[in-house]
Design a protein around this ligand. Structure first.
Ligand SMILES: [Zn+2]
Ligand SMILES: [Zn+2]
Length: 179
């Protein structure tokens, strides 16, 4: 469309009734003032801003079953291992972070070092669940009214789960936690 002055009137691509001359500085799409998002490098359209955020999430769909499965199995094995050596008092404070570190390292390799906040959270949850897999018997006894003795038996796995879970999460998320 042209005016008498031969100046082209352009409209927002999302809102055809709104006149605008503003373009996204990345893709060139016409955007109105309510569609434009101010970024440090200038005005951009929603799609470009969202696309940029997506780059932080590089995980593939298969990273989910692989990463979660690996974390679950390794955490269960680690739980048995820590349990066997657990009779050395305080030894768990050295062992659990090491086991957590190994789990995080193996999982990172399995998922090809790809990143996703949701994936990291699910993997952390898998570590937590895995830690209790060797103790399902005790948990059953506890919930069936076995009470105090079962609870004492669960203290160790609880401690292991807490340390391993936080170690794995902070390793994956890229923050080092000193324990
Ligand atoms: Zn754009
Ligand atoms: Zn618009």
């Amino acid at each position: 469309m042209t005016t008498a002055d031969n100046i082209e009137i352009t409209y927002c691509e999302k809102h055809p009734d709104r006149e605008t001359g503003l373009r996204c500085n990345r893709c060139g799409k016409l955007i109105c003032s309510s569609c434009a998002i101010k970024t440090p490098t200038g005005y951009r359209c929603e799609d470009c801003v969202r696309g940029q955020q997506k780059k932080f999430d590089t995980a593939e769909w298969y990273d989910y079953p692989l990463g979660i499965g690996t974390a679950l199995i390794l955490s269960a094995i680690g739980g048995v291992f820590v349990d066997l050596l657990g009779f050395f008092f305080l030894f768990i404070f050295i062992l659990a972070p090491i086991v957590g570190g190994i789990i995080a390292e193996v999982v990172r390799r399995v998922i090809g070092r790809r990143r996703s906040k949701l994936l990291f959270r699910l993997i952390t949850l898998a570590v937590l669940v895995g830690a209790f897999i060797p103790h399902t018997g005790l948990i059953l006894i506890f919930f069936l009214g076995g009470g105090f003795q079962a609870l004492i038996g669960l203290l160790w796995p609880l401690l292991y789960a807490a340390i391993a879970t936080s170690t794995v999460y902070y390793r994956l998320a890229g923050i080092r936690l000193r324990l």
